[in-house]
Design a protein around this ligand. Structure first.
Ligand code: NAP
Length: 249
């Protein structure tokens, strides 16, 4: 049984998730570095000097999710923070230019198999992991779920004809983040009045593999808002925020 609070970050072997794991570890958390490939997770955990442990976790695999929940229960005995960070932008080859990804995510041409695969990770994976971790989170004195979302998923922004990025509002990644926002609000409403706060937090446009390193922010900058929300024990539930403050749903 751990005296330190325990945080699980999904998809923490690289990118913003790894930085979130590092920042939570330096804030006194024992961090579980979720990674679908255990070796990659172990390598990442070794790079975090404070308490960090790799945890095999593929968010699209129910057996992997259940095994991870059982391991957290038996080895750590608690879970205080869950950061649902793992996501994919498409199922094409790595390094596909962003412009090409946006083209193939247009509603009129997107492959339904690809839409299903992206939603499987970015939306259904979050529901499955959250459901599996809820019994542990319910036992924590003050628990937080942070769903790593994106301003590109905002229906309010994309419905505004003056929003400069709305041409990129396709049915793959962007729509999956809209659905993730709905899932976030749904959990937040159900858990109102409990010890668990549920919020969506965007890192901002960050240079990672997800966007072929086209992002303008560093991972250190990108991790800042999700970590702020994860640490804000006294902050509200049911919010959607980005690096510059609240975002419209
Ligand atoms: P990234 O570097 O590509 O990291 C994504 C992580 O998710 C990787 O560790 C990846 O694992 C993991 N992952 C993918 N599918 C998984 C699965 N089925 N099970 C478990 N892990 C899985 O991208 P990132 O930019 O850091 O993304 C982190 C989060 O920030 C995502 O939710 C993303 O939507 C969000 N976000 C990013 C930006 C941005 O500009 N970068 C902007 C807004 C929101 P592998 O290494 O095994 O592939």
């Amino acid at each position: 049984m751990q005296n330190n609070p325990v945080a699980l970050v999904t998809g923490a072997n690289q990118g913003i998730g790894l930085q979130i794991a590092k920042d939570l570890a330096s804030n006194g958390f024992t961090v579980l570095v979720g990674s679908r490939n255990l070796e990659n997770g172990e390598r990442a955990a070794r790079g975090i000097r404070a308490q960090a442990h790799a945890l095999q976790l593929d968010v699209t695999d129910q057996a992997s999710i259940s095994a991870a929940a059982e391991r957290i229960q038996s080895e750590f005995g608690r879970l205080d923070v869950l950061v649902n960070n793992a996501a994919i932008g498409h199922t094409g080859r790595p390094g596909t230019p962003l412009e090409e990804i946006l083209k193939s995510s247009r509603a009129s041409v997107a492959s339904l198999d690809e839409v299903r695969a992206v939603f499987e990770t970015n939306v259904f994976g979050v529901i499955a992991v959250t459901q599996a971790m809820l019994p542990l989170l319910r036992e924590a004195p003050s628990a937080r779920i942070v769903n790593v979302s994106s301003g590109v998923g905002s229906l309010t922004l994309n419905a505004d004809p003056t929003y400069p990025y709305r041409a990129g509002y396709g049915v793959l990644y962007a729509a999956s983040k809209t659905a993730l926002n709905a899932v976030t609000l749904s959990f937040a409403i159900e858990l109102e009045g409990t010890n668990i706060k549920v919020n969506a937090a965007s890192p901002g446009f960050t240079a990672t593999a997800l966007n072929n390193y086209a992002g303008t922010e560093t991972v250190e900058q990108g991790a800042r808002n999700p970590v702020r929300v994860a640490l804000g024990a006294d902050d509200p539930t049911g919010t959607f925020s980005g690096p510059n403050g609240p975002l419209p749903w």
